[in-house]
Write a protein that binds this ligand. Structure first.
Ligand code: LLP
Length: 470
C-alpha cells in the first residue's frame, strides 16, 4: 500500500489474560448489562470489556479517546456468512461492500482478502480504494450527481461498473466515452417505487426520490433504450437500492420481484437479456436489545427465492446477482470508546453525563434519532441499572444517548457504545474544530491503527491566510 508512512502505523500487543466467559458463543445476552456480547466481545477477569482479545481499557490508554474500535474477526465472519448464504442458494453471486458505511485504505485490504467487491460513492472513496490497491475491476461507482471528473477517474481506472443514475449522466457518458475502444460496463439504477419502513432520510427506493430512473413513469424503460444506443458503454444490467436499516424483508421481496419483471420486459420488448442484477444493500442490524433484524440466511433465502421463482415464471436465464451491503457487514463490528468527564445531576429531573466526543464523531442520533446500547467498559461486572442522559461536548445540546442504562458513572470511566461500525467514522466531521478520532483494528489480541487521530495541525492544514490579512 502506498500512502500512510510506516511511522504512522502503530501496533499494540496485549497479553491475553482474559477469562473467556463467552468464547465461541456467537450471541449471548448479558442480563445484567444492556448489551448482547458478540463472538469476540468478552468480559475479562478485571471486569473490563474486551474486543478481539484486547482489553478496551488498555486500548483507551494507548490510543486515547474517543476511539473507534473495529473488530476484524466480526467483519470477516459477516463477509463469509454473506458469501456462503447467497452462493449456497444461487448460482452466481457477487457481494459488494458499500464503502460509504466505513472506508479507509487498510480496511480495503480486508474487503479484498475476503473476496468482496467494493462500491464507492464519490471520487474520494474511489481514490481511497485505488490508493489501497483494490482491484479496479471489482469496484462500482455510485452517485446521483457524478461529476465529469469523477466519471473520468472511473473510466481511466477501468472500474468494474459505473452505476448510472439519470439521463444527465447518460448524456455525459455519451460525450466522454466517444471513441472508446472497450465499452465501459454500466448498470442502470432504477427506483422501483417501493416505500420502505425506515427513517425517511435513508429511504431511497420510493417514487419520490432523487435516485434512479423510476419504473412507474416509464423513465427506466426510456433509459434502457437510450443507454443501448451509446457505443462507449455496455449495459450489463439493472440496479436498485430501496433503503437502509430495514428490519424486515418485505421491501426486498417486492423490489426484487419488480426488477425481475423489468428484466423480462427488456427481453420481450427490446430483445435485451441482461447478465447482471444488483439489488442493493439495506439489511438492518441490531442497535438495541429488542431489534431483531432478519439473519443473513433468512435475507438470502428471501432474495434468492423471490428472484429465482420470478425468473422461472418468465423463463429467463439467471443473471449474476449482486448484493451490496454496508451496515450489516460492519455495523456490529464497531464500538466507540469515550471517556466520561463532567456529570451534572438535576435532582428529581435528570443526570447529564458528558463524554469527550459527540455530534462530530456520531451525528446519527441527531440526524436519524438513532439509538444505541452503551456500557461502562471498565466496570462491566457491575449492574447497569441507572438511567442517565449521555451528552457530547459540543457547544450545543448534543444529546447522544438519551436514556442510557449504565452503572453509577464516575469521571474517568470508559463508556463503550456498541454497533457503531457503520456510518460513524464515515460521517464524522470537524465541528467545533474537534479532531476526528483514531480508528483501531483489533484481532486475536493485537491492535493496529487504521486511521490515526487528527492533530491540531491537520485542522489548519487547508486554511489559507490571505497575504493582505497576514
Ligand atoms: N447501495 C447503495 C446504492 C446505497 O445507497 C447504500 C446506502 C447501500 C448500498 C448500503 O446500504 P446499507 O446496507 O448500509 O443499508 N447515513 C445513513 C445511511 C445511508 C445509507 C445510504 N445508502 C445512516 O447512518 O443510517
Amino acid at each position: 500500500m502506498r500512502g500512510a508512512g510506516s511511522s504512522e502505523r502503530k501496533t499494540l500487543r496485549i497479553a491475553r489474560h482474559a477469562v473467556r466467559l463467552h468464547r465461541d458463543t456467537p450471541l449471548t445476552w448479558n442480563h445484567r448489562l444492556p448489551m448482547h456480547l458478540l463472538g469476540t466481545q468478552h468480559i475479562n477477569d478485571a471486569g473490563h470489556l474486551e474486543i478481539g482479545g484486547v482489553d478496551t481499557v488498555a486500548l483507551a490508554r494507548e490510543f486515547g479517546t474517543p476511539l473507534y474500535v473495529m473488530d476484524e474477526e466480526a467483519f470477516r465472519r459477516k463477509a463469509r456468512e454473506y458469501l456462503r448464504a447467497f452462493r449456497s442458494r444461487y448460482p452466481d453471486v457477487q457481494i459488494s461492500f458499500a464503502g460509504k458505511a466505513f472506508l479507509c485504505t487498510g480496511f480495503c485490504k480486508l474487503v479484498e482478502q475476503e473476496g468482496l467487491c467494493l462500491d464507492v460513492a464519490s471520487g474520494g472513496e474511489l481514490h481511497t480504494a485505488l490508493l489501497a490497491g483494490f482491484p479496479a475491476e471489482r469496484i462500482s461507482l455510485h452517485g446521483n450527481n457524478k461529476s465529469v471528473a469523477e466519471l473520468e477517474m472511473a473510466l481511466e481506472a477501468r472500474v468494474g461498473h459505473i452505476v448510472v443514475d439519470n439521463f444527465y449522466e447518460l448524456d455525459l457518458l455519451l460525450e466522454i466515452t466517444r471513441g472508446r475502444v472497450q465499452p465501459q460496463p454500466v448498470l442502470l439504477r432504477v427506483a422501483p417505487g417501493i416505500d420502505p419502513h425506515t427513517h425517511r432520510r435513508i429511504s431511497t427506493g420510493q417514487v419520490d426520490t432523487k435516485f434512479g430512473f423510476d419504473v412507474g413513469s416509464g423513465a427506466a424503460w426510456a433509459a434502457i433504450r437510450k443507454a443501448a444506443e451509446i457505443p462507449g458503454i455496455a449495459v450489463k444490467g439493472l440496479h436498485c437500492h430501496v433503503g437502509s436499516q430495514l428490519l424486515d424483508t418485505e421491501c426486498h421481496e417486492a423490489s426484487v420481484g419488480i426488477m425481475a419483471d423489468l428484466l423480462a420486459q427488456a427481453k420481450q420488448e427490446l430483445g435485451m437479456e441482461f447478465s447482471e442484477l444488483n439489488v442493493g444493500g439495506g439489511l438492518g442490524i441490531r442497535y438495541l436489545r429488542h431489534h431483531e433484524p432478519p439473519t443473513i440466511d433468512e435475507f438470502a433465502e428471501t432474495v434468492t427465492g423471490v428472484l429465482k421463482s420470478r425468473l422461472d415464471d418468465h423463463g429467463l436465464r439467471y443473471p449474476t446477482l449482486l448484493q451490496e451491503p454496508g451496515r450489516s457487514l460492519v455495523g456490529e463490528a464497531g464500538t466507540t470508546l469515550y471517556s466520561i468527564g463532567s456529570i451534572k445531576e438535576i435532582p428529581g429531573l435528570r443526570t447529564y453525563v458528558s463524554v469527550d466526543g459527540g455530534l462530530s464523531d456520531n451525528p446519527r442520533p441527531a440526524l436519524y434519532e438513532a439509538r444505541y446500547e452503551v456500557v461502562v467498559a471498565n466496570r462491566m461486572d457491575e449492574p447497569h441499572d441507572r438511567v442517565v442522559t449521555i451528552s457530547g461536548k459540543h457547544c450545543e445540546t448534543d444529546v447522544l444517548f438519551p436514556d442510557a442504562m449504565i452503572t453509577d458513572p464516575r469521571p474517568g470511566d470508559l463508556l463503550a457504545v456498541l454497533s457503531t461500525g457503520a456510518y460513524n467514522y464515515a460521517m464524522a466531521s470537524n465541528y467545533n474544530r474537534f479532531r476526528r478520532p483514531a480508528v483501531v483494528l483489533v484481532n486475536d489480541g493485537r491492535a493496529d491503527l487504521l486511521v490515526r487521530r487528527e492533530t491540531y495541525d491537520d485542522l489548519v492544514r487547508s486554511d489559507v491566510m490571505p497575504a493582505r490579512l497576514a
